[in-house]
Design a protein around this ligand. Structure first.
Ligand code: F6P
Length: 531
């Protein structure tokens, strides 16, 4: 099937030819879900290629596996775990196949989160110095990126205490976050599924020590989000402020549950529930819409077409929504930790390249940075634009019009490009002629025929953010199933952690570096040279 995909990609017509051949292409190659529209007409996918992609999804058994995921089957085979993050946002009762008790456990933990978040927000929970003014979420990867991205995205709804996020083991991160804070009115949330992650535990201890001098019992101003309750107790955190979750929630899929506590404190339980509702609406759409009208399915197939079919190794995520500035980073973990693997479920090799490199920045900022390469570089980079119909600042609607105009202009420019003749005309109009005209004109050619998709949503509300995040989660799932990958483990992050643990005693001067390679030894010498 991969060979067929590559053959179809080799024969792909240009985007403009496709539009010329089919005046209704935009309607035929777009999907709506609720108020959201996903337009993939500015790609080189034609009806045959789409049929082939859909057949691939069918052959891979995407729908059956989707149903197994939602009902709690252990589809994370290498860790023998269920994958049930969708249950965290299921507001309609226990999913078929999942024991009622497990669902009730989700509800009771959410209720406990709501009680705590409300108390932090309204002063029911206080620090030694009174009402909480600042919250520091200490976590990394999935225990940071989701709530950090969400808190920024939903800034217009943010009415709780100030929430900051500390993730990096670089002391600069926590030092900057704590600067100027009053330890007596600061709440620290240690968010770590395992409660062993070195970065998080180091930062947590630093925060504890910072409070120690000034707060009689710092542990009373700590809460934890973790599955490892023995370790949270050993840290001294009272079980009433520990919010647990099960091993069926992967780190990068966890912002819907207790890992979202800091977000819930920022925007309040009601808005957090709206976020869950949006995710749940996307789940229902994913479970019921026929493949051709199924947004996560088609987003995934477009991704496979570009990466595995056409060989475009990277994917740019370009939100024309400044508050989604952390979305590319969030999607990097979601996509690359999920599908950046070389081995299929049964241990064989992935027959094609695995998931793409995901990167991006908000527009219009990116336009003044890296879009040059997207338009005229030698590599084709499929772009995924996101844009809201409406901003949160009605008084600044002229800004929003400019934002939208720029977003649409970019996808148009990528598709249409500018021919040499058009470039010549521009140079002639500027009074150039002869060799100089030719030379200058060539620099002004845009090849065009560069693919992009656009996701339009009404406004970046909690509900819409929920839809968007669930959409991308399911997209990664579909891609993973077709690639034959287990999207829910992350063995690739282990080796670096192990080696870092072995290097720490060398840096402390407790062990010799003799067994290390020449490069590492040289770097160590250089880094340890205090002269
Ligand atoms: O980077 C690996 C990883 O396990 C991620 O999958 C996870 O989101 C992150 O570390 C944090 O893990 P924990 O929540 O256990 O601290």
């Amino acid at each position: 099937m991969w060979d067929d995909l590559k053959t179809a990609a080799e024969k792909r017509p240009t985007i403009q030819t496709l539009f010329e051949a089919d005046p209704k292409r935009a309607e035929q190659f777009s999907i709506s879900q609720g108020d959201m529209l996903f337009d993939y007409s500015k790609t080189q996918i034609d009806a045959d290629a789409r049929r082939l992609l859909l057949a691939m999804a069918q052959e891979a058994g995407v729908e059956a596996k989707r149903d197994r995921m939602f009902s709690g089957a252990h589809i994370n085979e290498t860790e023998d775990r269920a994958v049930l993050h969708t249950m965290l946002r299921n507001l309609g009762g226990a999913p078929t196949g999942v024991p009622e008790e497990e669902y009730h456990e989700v509800l009771s933990i959410r209720a406990a989160m709501e009680t705590f978040a409300t108390a932090v927000r309204d002063g029911g929970f206080t620090g030694q110095g009174g009402a909480i003014t600042d919250v520091i979420n200490i976590g990394i990867g999935g225990s940071d990126l989701g709530p950090a991205m969400g808190t920024l995205a939903l800034a217009p709804y943010y009415d709780g205490p100030r929430v900051q996020f500390v993730s990096n083991v670089d002391g600069a991160d926590i030092a900057d976050a704590l600067k100027g804070l009053n330890p007596e009115t600061t709440l620290v949330i240690v968010a770590s599924k395992t409660f062993t992650t070195i970065e998080t535990m180091t930062n947590a201890r630093t925060a504890f020590d910072w409070m120690k001098g000034q707060v009689a019992d710092p542990a009373t101003q700590f809460a934890a989000v973790s599955s490892a309750t023995d370790k949270t107790s050993a840290f001294g955190i009272d079980p009433s402020r520990v919010f647990g979750f099960e091993d069926w929630v992967g780190g990068r899929y966890s912002m819907w549950g207790p890992i979202g506590l800091s977000l819930m404190i920022a925007i309040g339980p009601e808005k957090f529930l709206e976020f869950l509702e949006g995710g749940w609406a996307m789940d229902k759409h994913f479970q019921t819409a026929p493949p051709l009208e199924n947004m996560p399915m088609m987003l995934a197939l477009v991704g496979l077409w570009h990466n595995q079919g056409c060989g475009h190794a990277t994917r740019a995520v370009l939100p024309y929504d400044n508050r989604l500035s952390r979305l590319p980073a969030y999607l990097q973990q979601l996509e690359m930790e999920s599908n950046g693997k070389s081995v299929v479920m049964d241990g064989g090799d992935v027959p094609v390249h695995s998931g793409p490199v995901v990167w991006g920045e908000p527009g219009t900022n990116g336009q003044h940075a890296f879009y040059q390469l997207i338009h005229q570089g030698t590599r084709v980079i499929p772009c995924e634009f996101l844009v809201a119909r409406e901003g949160h600042e009605p008084e600044l609607s002229h800004h929003h019009q400019l934002l939208v105009a720029n977003c649409l202009a970019q996808s148009e420019a990528l598709m249409v490009g500018r021919s040499l003749d058009e470039a010549r005309d521009i140079m002639v109009a500027k009074g150039l002629s002869g060799e100089e005209l030719e030379r200058q004109a060539r620099h002004r050619v845009f090849p065009g025929n560069r693919p992009s998709t656009t996701l339009v949503y009404p406004k970046l509300t909690p509900y819409v953010l929920g839809q968007i995040i669930a959409l991308y989660e399911h997209r990664v799932f579909v891609e993973g199933v077709i690639l034959g990958i287990n999207s829910f483990d992350q063995w690739g992050v282990e080796l670096g952690k192990e080696l870092a643990n072995k290097l720490t005693p060398i840096l402390r001067g407790e062990e010799s570096a003799a067994a290390k390679d020449g490069s590492t030894q040289m770097l160590l010498r250089y880094l340890q040279d205090k002269s």
